[in-house]
Design a protein around this ligand. Structure first.
Ligand code: MG
Length: 277
């Protein structure tokens, strides 16, 4: 693959990404896909999507898992509902991630990804060890499909995420770096976090945000790329510095305004092209 291709986050029938047709219209060569809803993760559906992608000349660089019952309403709700951390959903969601891994293989893609949820800060706690264990199981399942697992950043500091990944200890576990999430969740300066995670970053999002007045307690605000606190040129320079050469995947989560979303993604592509050059 060409170095630093521009990508976009897309959705089939769930999640906040754009339709594949938008990626085609804008001329984007590679996408991440939010996995379809339960019941739609069949080999037949994968074959249909693959046919559409190949007609568009688009490749898939990662498939993101997501689950019913997750809510990003506010930071405490994320802690209670998102990912593999909440105990009441954990086994069922692990089974769903395994299914998503098989679906991803049918799409000829070798990366699954997700928001794991808020990993507990107390590394001696029972919950922390349970989350390490379930992540290890998912890595091992992904390995049977020759895949890596990428964890989305934001809910932990870079240092805590490094510690967690060391504790899991699987060599197919990496990071999908999202600079805006560091700001939205108030977990650290994105550029410093990117340097700290360094070679573990194997995919990334291009998204921008403004810090909240009470970082970590209330959300920051997501804004169009280039209008927030990330510093996109510095972000691009730092990706280069850490040796990253993969896709630069735009994520813009305003599906209720599809025309605005499309226009902003077009502007984001031009901004990235300028920074990349
Ligand atoms: Mg993201």
């Amino acid at each position: 693959m060409e170095k630093w291709p521009v990508g976009v986050f897309t959705s089939i029938d769930a999640g906040l990404g754009v339709d594949l047709a938008v990626a085609r219209e804008i001329g984007i060569p590679t996408v991440q896909i939010h996995a379809p809803r339960k019941g739609n993760r069949t080999a037949k559906h994968a074959a249909e999507i693959l046919q559409r992608l190949s007609a568009f000349g688009i490749t898939v660089s990662a498939v993101f898992g997501g689950f019913e019952g997750e809510s990003y309403a506010d930071i405490p709700t994320v802690a209670q509902t998102v990912g593999l951390v909440p105990a009441e959903y954990r086994q069922q969601r692990l089974a769903e991630m395994n299914e998503i891994s098989d679906f991803t293989k049918a799409l000829r893609c070798n990366v699954i990804a997700l928001h794991l949820g808020f990993v507990p800060h107390q590394t001696e706690s029972v919950l922390y060890h349970e989350v390490v264990e379930v992540t290890r199981k998912l890595c091992r399942y992904a390995q049977t499909n020759a895949q890596s697992l990428h964890l989305e950043t934001g809910q932990e500091t870079a240092e805590a995420l490094n510690q967690f990944m060391d504790d899991v200890g699987e060599d197919n576990l990496f990071v999908n770096f999202d600079p805006a999430n560091m700001i939205l969740y108030g977990t650290g300066q994105p550029i410093a976090a990117l340097r700290t995670l360094g070679p573990r970053v194997k995919s990334c999002h291009f998204k921008d945000a403004i810090w909240s007045d009470a970082p970590g307690e209330t959300w920051g605000t997501e804004v169009p790329l280039g209008e927030g606190d990330v510093d996109i040129q510095k972000y691009m320079d730092t990706l280069k510095e850490i040796g990253y050469t993969g896709p630069l995947t735009i994520e813009r989560e305003i599906p209720e305004q599809p025309e605005q979303q499309k226009q902003e993604i077009g502007q984001a592509v031009r901004l990235i092209e300028r920074c990349r050059s």
